[in-house]
Design a protein around this ligand. Structure first.
Ligand code: ARG
Length: 429
């Protein structure tokens, strides 16, 4: 093992206790490793600017860190339990290769601000992915709403047939939902976009660290001003990021639920292309929609991760090792969540509707509400119109096209207004 950064002379380290402390941590740090190197580089630049490192030392440190990053990407350097964590591994490599110059890298920093900066950089990237994928889902939904807007589909409340709806309504609901999800991910990314580097262990250091330089060098939108708050915000910003992810995954879960129902023989409204289905090991006849089921289930991981972090945060101020567990939680949430979101645009593009089955599911009672409203529009008090429209003899007048035309036409409350959704989508670019 590389030397423990904190080891005291003559104090024995117990392997089992060490394994408990580090646990899976060093393996989790693989996710952060390149960000940690990137931040170490910015920190070194900052140290040179205040005279802690000479220009030649900075150059050698940067070259070595670049090589370490290349080795890591190529699999020549494996981050494993030879090191306590990713932070120690970087320092060990710099010391091994550069001696005293390497030993200077940790001047004015702590692993506490190292892990914070890596987490924020990592989450910014993941939130960008959530935003981009949400936008792509919205794009597909909006395009299909435009093409298929006139196709009637039953509208349900309580899972009971209620009124005539349409593919235009179904698709545009998801379009607007995913626009909201993209906006939320982008706003959360902005919120997370603050630089904690230089806060050290949570109380700053007695050095004029050039924090504005590291903020700009790492591409952060702003500086986290308070060293202590930088530490206290750990967990809180991870939770916010997971919540933004959850917002998208809630829609994924509901959409998957719809598809799960619609692909069953009882509905028969949608066919999934065969690559989205699997078979059964015993029942040769089965085509199971496992993909949409795992998409639906991905919310659970994110919700669990959010809860885990919330529970970890029951702490007084300052750093506590409890916080280490926030890493596994965000990796699990974003791993599952982005996995599901990444497949969704293509799934949406490939849904095959069965309009005849959808039309068969429209029954006369589903015109009753439209009839009541149209009687009221002609002057009858609504409660009277409601009673009149409750008479099944009157439902026969219904016709899905007219019913829809009346409701989705411009000026009606149910109008699709796809143009305004399109404008919001454009504004997201
Ligand atoms: N693995 C640790 C974490 O994620 C890094 C920070 C360790 N700091 C410390 N003071 N032990 O929190």
């Amino acid at each position: 093992m590389s030397p423990l950064l904190w080891q005291k002379p003559g104090v024995k380290v117990d392997a089992r206790i060490q394994a408990f402390l580090a646990g899976e941590d060093v393996v989790l740090d693989r996710e952060f490793f390149l960000f940690d190197i990137q931040a170490s580089r910015a920190h070194a630049e900052g140290l040179q600017r205040i005279g802690i490192l000479g220009a030649d030392e900075l150059e050698r440190l940067c070259a070595e860190m670049e090589e370490l990053a290349d080795d890591f990407r190529a699999g020549r350097f494996v981050l494993d339990d030879r090191h306590e964590d990713g932070h120690s591994a970087i320092e060990a490599r710099l010391v091994e290769r550069l001696g005293d110059t390497g030993k200077k890298i940790h001047t004015g920093r702590s692993r506490n601000d190292q892990v914070l900066v890596a987490t924020r950089l990592w989450l910014k990237e993941k939130l960008s992915e959530v935003a981009a994928l949400s936008r792509e889902c919205a794009e597909v939904a909006l395009a299909r709403a435009e093409v298929e807007q006139g196709v009637p589909l039953p509208g349900y409340t309580h899972l009971q047939r209620a009124v005539v709806s349409s593919l235009g309504m179904w698709w545009s609901a998801w379009a607007e939902g995913f626009i909201d999800n993209a906006v939320r991910a982008a706003q959360t990314r902005e919120w997370v976009d603050a630089n904690p580097l230089g806060s050290a262990a949570g109380y700053g250091v007695n050095l004029p660290l050039d924090r504005d330089h590291t903020t700009a060098a790492l591409g952060f939108g702003r500086l986290q001003v308070s060293a202590t708050y930088a530490q206290l915000s750990r967990g809180k910003f991870e939770m916010a990021a997971i919540e933004a992810l959850c917002s998208a995954l809630l829609d994924v879960r509901r959409l998957a639920w719809d598809l799960s129902l619609f692909t069953s023989a009882e509905y028969g409204f949608v066919q999934l292309p065969s690559q989205y289905t699997t078979g059964s090991s015993i029942m040769p006849n089965k085509r199971n929609p496992d993909v949409i089921e795992l998409m639906r289930a991905s919310y659970a991981a994110a919700a669990a991760a959010r809860t885990e972090i919330e529970q970890l945060l029951s702490l007084p101020s300052g750093y506590h090792r409890d916080l280490q567990f926030s890493k596994g939680a965000i990796f699990h949430a974003f791993g599952r969540g982005l996995g599901a979101l990444a497949l969704l645009p293509d799934l949406l593009r490939n849904l095959e509707w069965q309009p005849a089955r959808m039309r068969d599911a429209l029954e006369p009672s589903m015109y009753a509400t439209d009839l009541a409203v149209s009687l009221a529009r002609d002057g009858m008090p609504f409660r009277e119109a409601y009673r009149e429209a409750a008479d099944p003899a009157r439902w026969a007048e219904g016709d899905p096209e007219r019913s829809l035309d009346d409701r989705v036409s411009p000026g009606a409350a149910g109008a699709l207004r796809l143009d305004s959704l399109k404008q919001r989508l454009e504004a997201l670019r």
